[in-house]
Design a protein around this ligand. Structure first.
Ligand SMILES: Cc1cc2nc3c(=O)[nH]c(=O)nc-3n(C[C@H](O)[C@H](O)[C@H](O)COP(=O)(O)OP(=O)(O)OC[C@H]3O[C@@H](n4cnc5c(N)ncnc54)[C@H](O)[C@@H]3O)c2cc1C
Length: 409
């Protein structure tokens, strides 16, 4: 069969890997490189992800893909420490002592939160799809905990939509991040960066498939029982881009999903900033919601400098000069002279991931719908949070469906 895959991110590459030996596969990628959200910046002699990435101990498909590609020895497990920055003070939140000392929650609030974290692993997120995270936390932990702890986190992640986010997303998030040791969370990373995975996957796929970089899909049509994509004939189409992006090109009209954009400013610095904390959530409203110091996770010696991400999410248009506003705010807040910054790179993706609002589950497209195969951040395997694991799994599933149905989606 002649198969068209729209999008050269993880889902598209994983699907191509499974299909390439039996079918003629073309991958259309609108950018000049593969990798999608897992792409990296080339800085000096190293690669650094455009958007901070780590993996989790449950990511089984990801680990077996690393083995299949011969790069499993690159996987390493490191401590990912977290903290909260509130009213100009940095509070580490890793060891039991640090958590006990945290002044913005009472002892009872902390005990209730710890119990919910333990219970979260046994909860079924799907049953919480229609309840808002706000309602759920207030019911389980009280208004004070919601307002002083969760609400700022939800605001920085979802902005004005924070009151519409489902408890399914929140509980999934708490469960996945509860894999903690005594000093922090155990998180996976690839030596050399996740670009190693993108490169290995691109090599494996590129040997047998046609990769069409810088070739956005803009025209889709159905003619005499065949698909036409940008004028080329295909028997089947796998889309890894969201339904609303496909409609613009003339593809099937599935209901649009709520999505949001991400803007991430990466900075190379000559100094440590966040007192050894990897993931620092910002309590006070500002132009970014978290300061993620990559080199407090992966040793700075590997890069010869410190690397920090300023992470923000947006809906609609990104504010003008967002990078300058973020950088200036960061320098002011953390007392960093501009001369300490060696380089900066801004990454912006308007469709960086679904927003898991209440009722989202009903909108998830099936792997086959309206003549198309669908796999990506919007797939069932990426509910109630998107991940590398979810996109690899979606790519594999859709490849299996395509084989099983002979292209008759
Ligand atoms: C800020 C951020 C942080 C993240 N952190 C983590 C993490 O720590 N751990 C984790 O497991 N996951 C993380 N993720 C999620 C992970 O990156 C994604 O789930 C995964 O990479 C998505 O792959 P995908 O192929 O489904 O989608 P995408 O990566 O979005 O790939 C879609 C591809 O389609 C291309 N495209 C779009 N439109 C067209 C068109 N018209 N024609 C042709 N091509 C087109 C795009 O350029 C892109 O390459 C993060 C994501 C973001 C945004």
């Amino acid at each position: 069969m002649k198969v068209c895959i729209i999008g050269g991110g993880l889902a598209g590459l994983a699907a191509a890997l499974r299909l390439k030996s039996r079918h003629e596969v073309d991958i259309y990628e609108k950018k000049d490189h593969l990798g999608g959200c897992l792409s990296s910046h080339r800085v000096h002699e190293y690669w650094i992800e455009q958007y901070y990435h780590h993996c989790f101990s449950e990511d089984r498909q990801l680990f077996s893909l690393l083995s299949e590609l011969g790069i499993a020895d690159r996987l390493e497990w490191l401590e990912g420490t977290t903290g909260y920055f509130a009213d100009g003070t940095l509070y580490p939140l890793n060891t039991p002592t640090e958590i006990l000392r945290y002044p913005l929650l009472s002892l009872t609030d902390k005990a209730k939160l710890a119990l919910l974290t333990i219970r979260s692993k046994r909860m079924d997120p799907e049953t919480l799809d229609t309840v808002t995270a706000e309602e759920f936390i207030i019911r389980e932990l009280g208004k004070r905990t919601y307002e002083s702890f969760f609400e700022p986190l939800m605001r920085s992640k979802f902005g004005e939509r924070r009151n519409h986010i489902s408890a399914a997303w929140l509980i999934g998030r708490i469960a996945i991040r509860s894999n903690r040791g005594l000093s922090g969370e155990r998180l996976g990373y690839l030596k050399g960066g996740f670009q190693v995975l993108v490169d290995a996957l691109s090599d494996a796929v590129g040997r047998d498939c046609t990769i069409r970089l810088y070739d956005p899909v803009t025209r889709i049509a159905r003619e005499s029982g065949e698909w036409r994509v940008n004028g080329q004939r295909y028997d089947a189409i796998i889309s890894t881009i969201p339904p609303q992006a496909v409609i613009h090109a003339g593809g099937p009209d599935l209901p649009p999903l709520p999505y949001q954009g991400a803007a991430c400013l990466a900075l190379g610095l000559d100094q440590q900033v966040t007192e050894g904390i990897y993931w620092l959530n910002m309590k006070d409203p500002g132009p970014y919601g978290a300061v993620i110091t990559h080199t407090n996770f992966v040793p700075a010696e590997r890069y010869g400098e410190h690397i920090v991400y300023l992470a923000s999410y947006f809906t609609g248009d990104l504010p003008v000069r967002a990078d300058t506003v973020m950088r200036d705010h960061f320098c002011r807040t953390f007392g960093i002279p501009a001369s300490s910054i060696h380089w900066e790179r801004m990454a912006v993706e308007p469709l960086a991931g679904p927003v898991f609002t209440t009722g989202y589950r009903k909108l998830i497209p099936a792997y086959q719908a309206k003549g198309f195969y669908w796999a990506g951040m919007f797939s069932p395997s990426n509910y109630p949070e998107r991940s590398m694991e979810g996109s690899i799994s979606a790519g594999y599933t859709v490849a299996g469906e395509l084989d099983r149905t002979g292209g008759e989606a």
